[in-house]
Design a protein around this ligand. Structure first.
Ligand code: GLN
Length: 191
């Protein structure tokens, strides 16, 4: 890395601290984003953590962050959505009337593995970067993708990680493991 990047982590709800710690291990400067004023500092990338997408969508709108972030994503800032963050970025949500940023050409299904048995751990391939641990916590999966979307991981026939241009999403939570493959890949999208 030629210089130290600053990555914003949306911190209105959910598992943002784990992302901050993963980024810290990679030597990146981290900025928690809670209010519009937090965006006055320049950021090189932005992470949407796991949590509850409906709650996050509401808090982002109420804080004014939603209207500020949407054009930034459209302008090409590298963004990474984990789990609920993936739901926020999806253009289509097959089992929810709501839509949020609706920027990435994917259809997602929320709580796709069922509510009770919806949390499990496995290992699987992430792109051509080898096998990594994958924690699914009431996770959505991707049921279909548009033509410009690159599929990076699948689990039992469902797509669980994908990239389109400046946008990366995973159904699973790399930030709760010691494996930094996904965060390193995200940093490679910032250049
Ligand atoms: N089921 C949650 C949602 O749809 C996502 C779960 C998570 O982020 N761990 O918002």
């Amino acid at each position: 890395m030629d210089r130290i990047f600053t990555v914003g982590v949306v911190a209105v709800q959910g598992a943002f601290e784990e992302h901050c710690s993963a980024l810290g291990k990679l030597g990146v400067s981290v900025k928690e984003i809670r209010s519009v004023s937090d965006l006055s500092q320049n950021i090189d990338g932005l992470i949407f953590p796991g949590g509850e997408s409906t709650a996050q969508g509401k808090l982002l709108r109420e804080s004014g962050l939603f209207d500020m972030i949407l054009p930034i994503i459209k302008g090409g800032l590298p963004v990474y959505g984990t789990c609920a963050g993936m739901v926020l970025l999806a253009k289509r949500i097959e089992n929810d009337e709501r839509k949020h940023f609706a920027v990435m050409d994917i259809t997602v299904k929320r709580n796709a593995y069922g509510r009770q048995l919806g949390s499990f751990v496995t290992t699987g391939d992430f792109g051509d970067m080898g096998k990594i641990p994958m924690y699914f916590i009431r996770a959505p999966y991707i049921s279909s993708v548009g033509k410009d979307v690159v599929v990076l991981s699948s689990e039992s026939g469902a797509i669980t990680a994908a990239r389109e241009a400046n946008m990366l999403v995973t159904s699973f939570h790399p930030e709760v493991t010691d494996d930094l493959t996904v965060h390193s890949y995200f940093l490679s999208m910032i250049s």
